[in-house]
Design a protein around this ligand. Structure first.
Ligand code: NOJ
Length: 534
């Protein structure tokens, strides 16, 4: 059964607009470029797009450093372009989700400039976290920024301000009611313009406690927070991240309860999705209680091993945790902050099999631009890198540019049809085979697999929706379950073909290779997912 509310089982496509399509030849993607590609997205079969920030920004952190959340950065276009994009998406039956960044503003925001120009203790400063340093001249506490280096920067008169990310991203003080009032204006501005929802950046970060208290092991915590997921076991990471004074504090929930009231006051099922990294993951359900946000990204599959048992456990755990609060699950394989899935798993086949597995699960799916093309991470020289995480870590963390390289649209065009100007990040010279036009119509390609899978999510009564899944015992290294009515899903996560007894009569879709179905026995190639009709 499909969900009655569109967002509960939607396929949502993340556009990182800077790298999507450049319509004016300045080497940077823009909103008109997204409009140009909407027919491609419609044909792909997605239900909604989520755009990473396109607001006014000095662009120190890919637009997640917002200097005016109610205006569009000239690099991307104008508010009129945003309106045209929202309207055109709607005309094509595609919903539009905007990004909202409540944890911090850019240091170029008028409020922060006013704070710097105002005396200590002024209400202008109280919109941020300004504090005195320690008597020995060091920062107020030993917290580190997630991008590396201290989380505090000193200003001219000697005070320090807190920034969990880059020093150009001062954290907002949500205990000051002006902050809530300003964000309400921003939500209403975009809702009035027609957006269908918001993706909430660092949703777990807005409330801070014990701001003057030192942490016992700040270096270990910094490693646990690193974006390239250092070789640290899940348990050790969770140990570091389960109780820290600046993440997942009770105070964040008050904010989202207020936001939910605002969203509910608009017609048309507006939604919200939280980027909230919480430990243990069961705490995530708190963000999607009935009076809070609608969805929370489940990031298990952003890091998961290609191991049948681990994947089955993650699916069961996620569905059980969210069921408690009546929220739908979400499944995410990659985004603009993480390795592309085929590179992380080390094979195109595994990436495609994982995609088909998650597309068959109850709830919503998120697809990051280029994932449907099977794009790998790009190899970049350090001289091309732009991510603050690279610079602030002194180059130890290579940052996230590898997954932000502009999309190859046309194999034979200059810059693969992304731009007529010099792309802001260099595109690999051997990406012709990944180009959207090169893959079009190729039944063995990733693009056609995504199209078929998304089409089946709409047409097959067991796909999409939120119904139960029924697990069937299967050989080690494999997954086997059914969804009603009539769908049987098999995953072979081993490096050799396996034979499995099935009840399905017909192969609906295969992630790669050529499975054989004879007399109730399916031979599945290595690293493959198969959907059968029962
Ligand atoms: C999470 C965003 O996804 C990431 O790109 C950004 O750097 C941080 N939040 C800070 O806003």
């Amino acid at each position: 059964m499909k969900s009655e509310l569109w967002w509960r089982d939607a396929a949502i496509y993340q556009v990182y607009p800077r790298s999507f399509r450049d319509s004016n030849g300045d080497g940077e993607g823009d909103l008109q470029g997204v409009i140009e590609k909407l027919p491609y997205l419609q044909e792909l079969g997605i239900d909604a797009i989520w755009l990473s920030p396109f607001y006014k920004s000095p662009n120190k952190d890919g637009g997640y450093d917002v200097s005016d959340p109610r205006d569009v950065d000239p690099r991307f276009g104008t508010v009129l372009d945003a309106k045209a994009l929202i309207d055109e998406a709607h005309r094509l039956g595609i919903k539009f989700i905007a990004d909202i960044v409540p944890n911090h503003f850019s240091a170029d925001h008028i409020w922060f400039k006013a704070a710097l120009a105002s005396p200590q203790g002024s209400h202008e400063r109280s919109r941020f976290h300004f504090r005195e340093g320690k008597p020995d001249g060091t920062p107020p506490n030993n917290w580190n920024s997630i991008f590396g280096g201290p989380a505090w920067t000193q200003v001219e008169d000697g005070q320090w301000y807190l920034h969990l990310f880059d020093s150009s991203q001062p954290d907002l003080n949500w205990e000051n009611p002006e902050v809530m009032a300003d964000f309400e204006k921003t939500l209403r501005f975009w809702l009035d313009l027609g957006v269908d929802g918001f993706r909430i950046d660092v949703a777990h970060g807005c409330a801070k406690e014990e701001i003057l208290v030192d942490l016992p092991d700040p270096a270990g915590l910094t490693n646990a927070l690193r974006l390239d997921y250092l070789d640290m076991s899940k348990e050790v990471r969770a140990g570091y991240l389960s109780n820290i004074p600046f993440f997942d504090r009770e105070g964040v929930h008050e904010i989202y309860r207020e936001w939910r009231k605002i969203l509910d006051s608009y017609s048309g099922d507006r939604m919200s999705v939280a980027e909230a990294w919480v430990y243990p993951s069961s705490r995530g359900a708190r963000y999607v209680r009935q009076d809070e946000l609608h969805q929370i990204f489940n990031f298990d599959f952003l890091m998961i091993e290609w191991d049948a048992q681990v994947m089955a456990d993650a699916i069961k755990k996620t569905l059980a945790e969210l069921k408690e609060v009546g929220a739908p699950a979400t499944w995410v394989l990659c985004n603009h902050d993480s390795s592309r899935v085929v590179s992380r798993l080390g094979s195109a086949e595994k990436g495609r099999a994982l995609a088909m597995l998650t597309h068959s699960l109850p709830g919503g799916i998120y697809i990051y631009q280029g994932e449907e093309l099977g794009l790998p991470n790009a190899d970049l020289p350090d001289s091309a890198r732009q991510d603050p995480a690279f610079f602030r870590s002194g180059g130890k963390d290579k940052g996230r540019d590898m997954c932000r390289v502009p999309i190859p649209w046309e194999a034979a065009s200059e810059n693969y049809g992304y731009s007529t100007g010099k792309p802001w990040l260099p595109q690999p010279t051997d990406w012709q085979r990944y180009a959207a036009d090169a893959q079009k119509g190729d039944p063995a390609g990733s693009l056609e697999l995504y199209r078929k899978s998304l089409a089946l999510r709409h047409s097959h009564p067991a796909l999409g929706g939120e119904g139960e899944i029924t697990w069937i015992d299967s050989a080690p290294g494999t997954l086997h379950f059914t969804r009603e009515p009539g769908l049987e899903v098999l995953v072979n996560a081993t490096p050799a073909p396996v034979e499995i007894k099935v009840s399905g009569k017909e192969i609906l879709l295969t992630s790669s290779g050529e499975p054989e179905l004879n007399d109730g026995v399916l031979i599945i190639p290595a690293d493959t997912t198969v959907w059968l009709q029962r």
